[in-house]
Ligand binder design. Structure first.
Ligand code: MC0
Ligand code: CO
Length: 134
């Protein structure tokens, strides 16, 4: 059911510093900051030859990543995103299997303009999973 790895997301305490570090120290192709108010984050995408890195910074006072950053003040890997062909088929399969689909199970439009869903990290070995329909 899951396909390619779309991105690995890293929550960061300073988006400008992290972007500069990836650009200058790691020589990566770093995009511009993009506000995602529906998700409570500002994102910067880094394009690698085989996948993307998503730098995450809280946006607004209800950000879903604030608690994570409070617990991990120097940042950390926040989620991984797998591609799926049909997000509603994937959701229903996961619900049948007893997984918790976050946000009431209704897909939102993600940073690439495609529908996304999140799966509870406690159901997947401590790893928050995002599914993106491609
Ligand atoms: C723009 C879009 C895109 O790419 O298109 C995005 O990625 S938006 C990316 C941002 N959006 C999201 O993350 C949406 C889905 N996320 C959520 O709904 C939330 O962040 C939750 C995953 C439910 C966690 O919420 P919150 O931090 O308030 O809950 P909590 O503190 O009670 O945490 C419950 C337990 O889960 C753990 N926990 C929390 N966040 C975690 C994470 N990212 N990875 C692994 N474990 C995590 C906590 O340490 C805690 O464990 P212990 O009890 O053992 O201490
Ligand atoms: Co993401």
């Amino acid at each position: 059911m899951i396909g390619r790895l779309n991105h690995v997301a890293i929550a960061v305490p300073d988006l400008v510093a992290a972007s500069d570090q990836y650009r200058q120290m790691l020589g990566a192709d770093v995009g511009a900051p993009q506000d995602e108010p529906d998700h409570g984050v500002t994102v910067v995408f880094i394009t690698l030859p085989n996948t993307k890195i998503e730098l995450l910074y809280p946006l607004g006072d209800q950000s879903p990543i604030q608690g994570f950053l409070d617990k991990n003040p120097s940042g950390g890997i926040h989620h991984i995103c797998y591609e799926v062909d049909d997000i509603l088929v994937a959701r229903d399969h996961l619900l049948d299997q007893g997984a918790r689909v976050l946000g009431g199970g209704a897909p939102k439009i993600g940073a690439h303009g495609k529908p996304v869903l999140f799966l509870h990290p406690k159901d997947f070995n401590g790893c928050l999973i995002e599914l993106e329909q491609v």
